[in-house]
Every structure is written in C-alpha cells, then in structure tokens.
Design a protein around this ligand. Structure first.
Ligand SMILES: Nc1ncnc2c1ncn2[C@@H]1O[C@H](COP(=O)(O)OP(=O)(O)O)[C@@H](O)[C@H]1O
Ligand SMILES: C[C@@](O)(CCOP(=O)(O)O)CC(=O)O
Length: 501
C-alpha cells in the first residue's frame, strides 16, 4: 500500500459510506453518540444521523495510541528523506467522560505533567474558528497552522498555569494548545461538557513519540465524538479502516504542529497505524508516502533512556540552524542518512533476508552505527547518549544509536545474535549504576485503539466487566498500574479494545 489518499477521494468515500449506512460507526459507538450535537454545517454526511432520538449522555470511553522508535532516518525525515520506524508497546491512554448538560466546561486532567485546566466552552473563540474563510473540516488536509487561529487561542493558553515555572509552562501550554486547536477545529459551541483524562506509560520528551501519541488519542476521541469515524469493527473492509486511520492521522499531525512547530509526521503516522513503516514526505502540501514493512523482523533491541530531558522542537531547530550556517554540508549529511535508510529497506526487502541471521544483524548493525555517527555530526547527540554507546561498545554486545530527536532522550542498541547473557547482565547493571533507565518493549504492535464504553475484563469478578472511571484511572499506580488497569498489548489480549486493522 502507498497510503496517499486524496482529499476528494476521502470526501467521496465518506458520503458513500454514510448513504448506505455501512460506514456508520459500529453499533454501540453510534448509539452512545446519539445524544451529542454537532456543528450544523451540512457539508458533512452526519445530517441523517442527527435526526435520531437523543439519549441522555454518552458513556465514558477511552482511546489509546502507541509511541514509536525511529530505527533509521530521524531529522533527515523532516527534510523529505525516508525514515524507518516501528510502534512500541508503551502507550498513552485518554479517558473521555461527559458532563451533565448544564456543565458547559472542558477540563484537561493530565497528571503526568501535573496539568489540570478547565475552559468555559462558551468563552472559547468559536466565531473565528467557524468563520467560512477559516473553517476546516474533518476531511481537510491541514498542513500549516493558521496564525490568526493560533492568536485567537492565545488568551486561553496564557490562562493555563500562569504561575508555573517557565519550563513547566512550556510543557503545559504545548499540551493545552494541541488539544485546544483540535477541539476548536473539529468541535462546535454545542459540544457537550467533558473531562479528558490522560495518562501515558511513555517517558515524556525522550524520543519515543509521547507528543504524537497524545495527539493521536485526542484526534481519535474528538472524531469519535463528532461521529465521523466508522468502527473499528472486526469485519470492517480494509479500505474503510485505512480511511479512518488517515483521518485520525491528519488531525494528529495538526496537534503535533502545535507542539513541535515543524514535525515530519512520522511519529503520528506510526502512532496511528501501528506496525512498522518506511515514511517519506517530500511535499508538505501532500500526504506522505507510507510503505508498511510487513516482514519487519523481531529485532532484539535494548531501549535505554538517558533521563536527560529535551524538547523535539529544540533539537529540530538546532538542525535548522546548522542548515542555515552550512547548507551544503548539512544537505550531504542528510543525504547520507537517507542512503542508510534506503540500504536498510533494501536489506529487508531482499528475499534472502533472515536466512542468515548473523549476516542480517551485521548489516543492520553497521547501518545503525553509521546513522548514529551522522546524527552526531548534525549536533544532536549528548554526552549521556555517548556514554550509553561507550558502555555497549566496550562489551561488544551490539550497535547503538540515538533514537528520536536526540539531545538526550533514548538510545537503541541492536544486540548481536550471539551475545552472552552474562555480558547483558553486566551491561544492565552498569546502566542502573549510572542512572540510565532500561525499557522492555515489543515492536510493531497495534496503532490507535478505542475502548467503547470504558469497560474491561481485568480478571476481576465484576459482572459485565470492570468500569474504568476517572477515580480508578487517576489512582492507578504509575506506569505498571496504568498497564494493569487498561493496558493494551503488554499482558494478555484484553477484551474490549478495538483497532482499525
Ligand atoms: N503524558 C503526557 N501528558 C501530557 N502531555 C504530554 C504527555 N506526553 C507528552 N506530552 C506533551 O508533549 C510534549 C513532549 O513532546 P516532544 O518534545 O516531542 O517529546 P517526545 O519525543 O516524547 O514526543 C510535552 O512537553 C507535553 O506538552
Ligand atoms: C527529529 C524527528 O525526526 C523525530 C522526533 O521524534 P521525537 O519527538 O523525539 O519522538 C522530528 C520529526 O520527524 O518530526
């Protein structure tokens, strides 16, 4: 598949799906949404559905989306080169709880960053967001933020934790802006009051795509609330599922623009679709070309966090400055990174791939080493990342590179097939002693998922399953607690979570 779905094509598919009723959201989701009201713009295929009798309140529901590792090609991907990336089993989880009709507020409860903020729905700048000259629809391809809309949002963003330290405010305001831009673009003043509670098992600002995963959760939740997503349901035709994924991804990209400034879109694409892909966006006015890697190997990867925080926007800006100062050299480094990614893709596509695991690992490993060297030349490594590489190199256990934006964050090590367990144990002890954090993750899992309503079988005896309410979700103890309560893909397959596949 080359996932390049045009705007008109999407519109056409949407209309045909709604007219035969087949594309409508799956039974339970659609029923649950009947009580909601929408923007009254008859451009959308929702008008027939709107006539259904209203039910009092939408049940609480959840969305979830994974983080990712970039195996090859970060930074170069911002300049139109290819990147290879895979979803990981660490994820974000968003619980949406509707308020009673009289409560006209939207609350963000994001405890991972200690953010708790409420907006009055009626005080938000609806008029400019719904101005026909500005209005964007769920099927639009938005590739830049509208400066007037960003300015209109500003007073409502400045309101968010005004007395926090500047670093904390940045983190809060980035998360709040991405939510609010999507909310005002996709919602309407008639939107019901809601609380959006978010928790993540991903480290924040560590190169694993935490921002993309929260944007995907928000995009999916809002698109579900405005009732334009069909499914996910088990017998959903593939092209319909792909269309849903495409829509969620487009709006997640808009959220990412609010956080990053200049994202390539690789993070939100992997977070939405899951699995592993080659991603390339040569023209920002057009959708990216996304090539699924169906034979992506089960790479024996070590994923280690320096615990050195940084922001993606800052690291991307560093490369931007280098490009200005040294355009030819920077260009040629980015071209070399592109060649590394292409080579890795060629190796994967080769029929003989995997027949000799030693040779395959050597080739991938060499490419990892080269890619890291090129990222060092771009100026996006960090002494803590170099320390991880040194520790691994001194044992000969494998090949190491930074992953994501760098400047701190995480490193990946591809382990040699014959590495001895004693060597690994020693290495892990060194990591602990030097305050690095090691994650155990699986690669290539599902993308965005929905739990509608927010009820799971958690091994409890509760009849009909365990309802996930705000209190339980907020009280889950750390990363493990969240995974135990609502986790996708780590423990046994959970009944309830559904994915567009
Ligand atoms: N769990 C979370 N809760 C709230 N906001 C989050 C969460 N995870 C990420 N974010 C938002 O995303 C930003 C981090 O984005 P970024 O610098 O791109 O790092 P990453 O490499 O993890 O994506 C944070 O400053 C915050 O605004
Ligand atoms: C540096 C970059 O290529 C990857 C950033 O990944 P992360 O936000 O550090 O997880 C930027 C991008 O692709 O938008």
């Amino acid at each position: 598949m080359k996932a390049t779905v045009g705007n008109e094509e999407i519109q056409e598919k949407l209309f045909s799906m709604s007219s035969n009723g087949k594309g409508a959201a799956n039974g339970s989701i659609e029923e649950g949404l009947n009580g909601l009201q929408f923007d009254g713009k008859d451009k959308s295929p929702r008008s027939n559905m709107d006539k259904k009798p209203s039910s009092p309140m939408m049940p609480a529901f959840m969305t979830s989306a994974p983080g990712k590792v970039i195996v090859y090609g970060e930074h170069a991907v911002v300049y139109g080169k290819a990147a290879m990336a895979a979803a990981i089993s660490l994820r974000s989880y968003l619980l949406v709880t509707a308020l009673s009709k009289s409560q006209r507020t939207i609350t963000l409860r994001f405890p991972d960053i200690s953010l708790d903020h409420t907006w009055e729905i009626d005080a938000l700048p609806w008029s400019i967001f719904s101005d026909p000259a500005k209005k964007k629809y769920y099927y639009d391809l938005v590739t830049t933020l509208d400066p007037d809309l960003v300015a209109a949002m500003q007073p409502h963003i400045s309101d968010v934790t005004p007395h926090a330290a500047p670093e904390t405010r940045k983190i809060h305001q980035a998360a709040a802006s991405s939510f609010l831009y999507l909310f005002l673009s996709l919602g309407s003043q008639k939107f019901p009051g809601c609380i959006y509670t978010l928790r993540s098992t991903l480290p924040i600002g560590a190169g694993l795509g935490s921002s993309a995963s929260i944007c995907v959760c928000t995009s999916a939740a809002l698109l579900l609330q405005i009732r334009i997503l069909a499914g996910p349901h088990p017998d959903q035709p593939r092209d319909e599922a792909e269309l849903q994924i495409e829509r969620i991804n487009r709006w997640a990209f808009v959220g990412e623009m609010c956080i990053h400034g200049n994202p390539s879109g690789v993070d939100n694409t992997v977070s939405t679709g899951g699995k592993a892909v080659i991603f390339k966006r040569e023209d920002y006015k057009r959708p990216p070309v996304v090539t699924p890697l169906r034979n992506f190997p089960e790479l024996p990867l070590l994923l280690v966090n320096t615990r050195q925080s940084r922001s993606t926007a800052g690291e991307v800006a560093k490369v931007g400055s280098l490009m200005k100062a040294q355009p030819e050299i920077t260009d040629s480094i980015l071209d070399s990174i592109d060649k590394v990614t292409e080579s890795a893709h060629r190796v994967l596509s080769d029929r003989s791939f995997g027949k000799n695991s030693h040779n395959s690992a050597e080739t991938f490993g060499e490419l990892i080493k080269i890619n890291h060297g090129l990222l060092v030349s771009l100026g996006v490594s960090h002494p803590r990342l170099e320390r991880i590489r040194e520790l691994v190199d001194s044992t000969g256990a494998g090949w190491t590179k930074l992953t994501g934006a760098g400047g701190g964050g995480c490193a990946i090590t591809l382990l040699k097939p014959d590495v001895e367990s004693e060597v690994l144990k020693d290495l892990e002890e060194r990591f602990v002693a030097e305050d690095f954090e090691r994650y155990k993750v699986t690669l290539g899992g599902d993308g965005v998922g929905v739990l509608w309503p927010a009820v799971l079988r958690n091994g409890s005896e509760e009849e009909g399953g365990e309802e996930i309410d705000q209190e339980k979700f907020l009280n889950a103890d750390g990363r493990d607690g969240v995974e135990r309560l609502v986790g996708v893909g780590v423990h046994e397959k959970r009944e309830g979570w559904k994915f567009w596949r």
